[in-house]
Ligand binder design. Structure first.
Ligand SMILES: O=c1ccn([C@@H]2O[C@H](COP(=O)(O)O)[C@@H](O)[C@H]2O)c(=O)[nH]1
Length: 246
């Protein structure tokens, strides 16, 4: 049972869950998605899968009806990032991302390049990786995660980004500061009984929805589970209930 099918609005039929396809071969991905329907989740292609399989698989996922987040976290000089975003948009993806710390001119160049596309993907800027905590930030000369996330999100919004990647722990702060339309994409989602792995700023799916996340990026708790589709179903039910309670 998928709680996100048979809802009145076409947009409401898609779960806020984005499954991180952190696999290293095409066969595993095709096998995995053969058991999914596009209404039950979106898909994320990151560095591991893209490096292993390239743009062709991204196009296959798009052709099968999935909304795809191409998570390559571009971070380079403005011209290079703008060109990369344009090529990514040509693949038909729904969302692309850049590092907010690449600065205003880089983000603006990415947005300008995407604005030339007929179907523009959402442009999202990564603030502070969810694997980092205050001690990691201290080692690179920065202070508390929330302050840094807040500064980078302000920069991202005023430079033309549609939203940011942050931890759900920062969602209430950013929702207040950046308004209701700014997209909050939150990895570091863990079920109450799952291991945090290398993630540091974590939250459960229902708490993340209650905190104001728009999209929950979830990898290992689903893809490495003994019953991945049962876990996805459980998460979808949990977030549908959390949304209903809002
Ligand atoms: O701050 C960030 C930005 C991106 N990610 C990506 O999300 C998934 C999370 O996977 P899990 O297995 O659920 O930890 C992964 O692809 C990361 O590259 C992130 O975790 N944090």
């Amino acid at each position: 049972m998928n709680p996100f099918v048979d809802l009145p609005s076409p947009l409401a039929t898609v779960s806020p869950v984005i499954v991180a396809l952190d696999f290293h071969d095409e066969r595993s991905v095709l096998e995995f998605i053969s058991r999914l329907e596009p209404g039950s989740c979106r898909l994320k292609v990151g560095k591991e899968l893209f490096t292993a399989t390239g743009p062709h698989l991204v196009q296959t996922l798009v052709a099968r009806g999935f909304e795809v987040f191409l998570d390559l976290k571009f971070h380079d000089i403005p011209n290079t990032v703008a060109s990369a975003c344009k090529v990514a948009a040509d693949l038909g993806v729904w969302m692309v991302d850049v590092h907010a710390s690449g600065g205003r001119r880089m983000i603006e160049a990415a947005r300008e390049a995407l604005d030339t596309q007929s179907a523009r993907p959402l442009l999202i800027a990564v603030t502070v990786l969810t694997s980092m905590d205050a001690s990691d930030l201290a080692e690179i000369g920065l202070s508390d995660p929330a302050g840094q996330v807040s500064r980078l999100a302000a920069l991202a919004q005023s430079s033309g980004a549609d939203g940011v990647v942050c931890s759900a722990q920062e969602a209430p702060l950013l929702r207040g500061e950046r308004g209701p339309a700014f997209k909050l994409v939150t990895p570091g989602i863990r079920l109450a009984d799952s291991a945090a792995d290398d993630q540091r700023r974590v939250m459960t799916p229902s708490a993340a929805i209650a905190a104001g996340s728009d999209y929950l990026v979830i990898g290992r708790p689903i893809t490495r589970a003994d019953e991945p589709f049962a876990v996805l179903q459980r998460i979808n039910a949990e977030v549908a209930q959390a949304r209903g309670a809002q």
